[in-house]
Design a protein around this ligand. Structure first.
Ligand code: ADP
Ligand code: MG
Length: 696
């Protein structure tokens, strides 16, 4: 049993380590930077660098790396040793403030969406003191932002930090209007629940689709899937449990507050949830968590799949982005308190979120768009592609009473009595949960449930913070002019809710009726990434991000280009993998099966030439016909992939991949799956869904 408090943060240069090792004034200066975003002096950086290095070496590190989040979606690192030569042919371990603050990775091989031609390859990484440095694999990792020589950002962290600044600025304005003179900083907070699959490594290695694409491209349904719902919260198998234990320990050592673990709905699917932190740290930690999840799995001869839809026919994986707004004194501005009707400050923040979500449905859909996530949204396992909000009965009634100028009678919390004396009674929550809503108010935070499991949550939170801050700015502009703040704010809440109430939906988001109803309300329903991504650079969005300095127009265009290009690349790799599997493995396997059947048929006929019906002959006919159909589908997919080369416009290209290539892959798969379900499993070239999902 690990001593959790003792191992927690062992690999992190955290506040305790800083306090212990830094001179008092250095510590104070650094704290000011961390807590209030004040810029840092090079002399302070030199002192910090020295202490950091000493600490890192004591803890077994030999190298340091600027750890950053380029547009690839995964983290990047380039390791430098601390060594520096001395005159006597020896070395000392050194690390300067300059090396801490700035790095210069060659930027040419990271996606930039046309910002930076490869001949101007200079890129910079810059230390983010608000996220603690940590040790991983013998290297001191320094969380950094990444930008080009010309100053455009090339990563996912910088815009997030910018959006947090914007949120801070506008939220503070609102607080001041309401008479708060002391709050120094407002941060957005995030708790990201992470879903994943664990499968056996030996089986994984036999599947090119999993190796190259992270998801299966073929696979007939097993006799049992998730229909009995016996996996959700089920007892955890020993091998999985051993994995989860080691994972928790490793996360704790990295200062990650891993809190909850359980089995999810699909077989072989699980979830991990940390305790929330600021958006920035939560994002860094989620990236690190995903990396550690994969690494620890390897040690257990398992593979951790983070793809949004590894298996057709069972649920895919998502990420729930729990989001709130918090002051430096720990007050949660989304906490309704005991009497929300009278809590005008809360209502202002709530109304701001309602309006932001309604006005920027397109951006929120973009915030969760990826090739993998397109397979989930709207598939009755995840929220639909339609953005709406759930507020629960209580808050909905509070808002209705404001809109209708009525009194609100606060419901008292009723007591739950199980009718079993030994079980203590407890008070119930005032409203039930709604698991189907994409954007649900859950007590004192919003839970944005549309995110894909593999994605970096940085982009999503950049968008979320910016759209809410933008509305807060407008609110602050209006309220700063008001003589009577309380009544002006109430009027503002009333007007906002009246204008945006179409976005609130407390019913079943998975139902057909909702799709029709949402259409009537004029809500967007962008099914896939190519449908929505072109809107990223609409005039409205360029102005929005420009107004707050979160993205320049150039940055926004580059981002949308990268996302579109990436989508096409992913589907291209999937199509090539499917073709490779089909031609090199599946066709030969089916041909071998036909030969086996034909030889058996001949044998039977040679024994009894009078025999009229030989079942093997019927099977030969059936499989020859299926194989004929399969090779036609191979040709179609080949042609579809070739066709993509003709289309140069990135948006059109992505649309083509969705409409022509994905469709052709689907048709190819249907025939393969039919053959798999009917033929000898001994000859089928890949482990079955049954093996993949049930063998751990
Ligand atoms: P579930 O949605 O599965 O019921 P929980 O209620 O246990 O999950 O919590 C979900 C997540 O919400 C956790 O990661 C938790 O830390 C996070 N959370 C709680 N309060 C906040 C907050 N104020 N800001 C951001 N995240 C929060
Ligand atoms: Mg949740």
């Amino acid at each position: 049993m690990p001593n959790v408090p003792e191992i927690f943060g062992r690999y992190v240069f955290n506040d305790a380590a800083m306090k212990e090792r830094l001179p008092k004034d250095t510590y104070k200066a650094l704290k000011k930077t961390i807590e209030e975003g004040k810029s840092l002096d090079i002399n302070v950086a030199n002192v910090v660098a020295h202490s950091m290095k000493e600490w890192a070496i004591e803890n077994g590190a030999t190298h340091f790396t600027h750890w950053f989040q380029p547009m690839t979606g995964v983290t990047a690192e380039k390791h430098d040793c601390f060594i520096s030569p001395t005159n006597d042919g020896k070395v000392i371990m050194s690390f300067s403030g300059k090396e801490l603050i700035k790095g210069e990775p060659d930027a040419s091989s990271f996606p930039s969406g046309g910002i930076r031609a490869t001949f101007e390859a200079r890129g910079y990484t810059a230390w983010d003191p608000t996220s603690y440095a940590f040790i991983k694999d013998g290297s001191l990792c320094i969380p950094t932002a990444f930008c080009s020589y010309t100053g455009e950002i090339l990563d996912k962290k910088t815009p997030l930090l910018r959006s947090m600044e914007v949120m801070n600025k506008q939220a503070i304005r609102i607080l001041r209007i309401f008479g708060d003179t002391t709050t120094k900083r407002v941060n957005t907070t995030v708790g990201a629940e992470q879903e994943y699959f664990l499968i056996d490594k030996a089986a994984y290695k036999k599947r090119k689709d999993l190796i190259y694409c992270g998801r299966t491209l073929f696979g007939a349904r097993p006799p049992k899937g998730q229909e009995l719902e016996d996996h959700y919260f089920g007892s955890i198998k020993p091998r999985v449990s051993a994995y989860m234990k080691e994972l928790d320990e490793e996360l704790w050592k990295h200062g990650i507050l891993s809190k909850t673990k359980h089995n999810e709905v699909a077989p072989a699917q699980h979830e991990l949830a940390p305790i929330f932190d600021t958006s920035n740290i939560a994002t860094d930690h989620n990236q690190l968590t995903m990396e550690i999840m994969k690494r620890i799995a390897e040690k257990h001869d398992l593979v951790c799949l983070l793809h949004e839809k590894p298996f057709a026919g069972v649920n895919g994986s998502g990420k729930h982005n729990n989001w709130a707004i918090s002051t430096n004194t720990g007050k949660n501005l989304l906490d309704p308190s005991r009497n929300p009707r009278e809590n005008t400050l809360f209502l202002v923040f709530l109304a701001a979120v309602v309006r932001a979500v309604d006005e920027h449905q397109d951006l929120l859909r973009i915030a969760v768009a990826s090739a993998g996530n397109d397979h989930r949204l709207g598939g009755n396992e995840a929220p639909p592609a339609i953005i709406s909000m759930y507020l629960g009965d209580d808050l909905t009634e509070v808002l209705a009473s404001i809109v209708n100028d009525e009194d609100y009678i606060r419901k008292s919390r009723s007591v739950m009595d199980t009718n079993v004396d030994a079980i203590p009674n407890f008070t119930k929550d005032t409203s039930d949960r709604n698991r189907t809503s994409p954007f649900a108010f859950t007590g004192n935070k919003f839970e944005f449930r549309m995110l894909g499991s593999a994605e970096n949550i940085g982009c999503t939170n950049t968008i979320l913070n910016t759209i809410v801050a933008d509305v807060l700015m407008d609110f602050a502009d209006q309220l700063e002019k008001a003589d009577d703040v309380k009544s002006a704010a109430e009027e503002l809440v009333k007007k906002t809710i009246t204008e945006h109430k179409r976005i609130i939906f407390n019913g079943d988001n998975y139902s057909e009726e909702w799709v029709a109803e949402a259409k009537k309300r004029g809500l967007h329903n962008f099914r896939t990434l190519p449908d929505v991504m072109p809107l990223y650079c609409s005039k409205k969005n360029v102005e929005l991000f420009g107004r707050h300095g979160v993205y320049s127009e150039v940055e926004l265009r580059s981002r949308s280009e990268i996302l579109l290009e990436n989508y096409s690349k992913i589907i291209n790799i999937e199509a090539l993998t499917a073709l490779d599997m089909a031609k090199k493995d599946i066709v030969p396997a089916v041909a071998a099966y036909i030969r086996e059947l034909a030889e058996t048929a001949n044998l039977i006929k040679s024994v009894d030439p009078e025999l009229v019906t030989v079942p093997e002959v019927e099977l030969v006919k059936k499989f020859t016909s299926l194989l004929g159909c399969f090779t036609k589908k191979i040709d179609n997919l080949d042609k579809a992939v070739m066709g993509a080369k003709e289309i140069t416009d990135v948006a059109e290209n992505a649309m083509y991949y969705k409409e022509s290539v994905l469709g052709a892959m689907q048709e190819l798969r249907a025939v393969a799956d039919e053959m798999e379900s009917n033929m000898s499993s001994k000859l089928w070239p890949y482990p079955s869904y049954g093996t993949l999902l049930f063998s751990v």
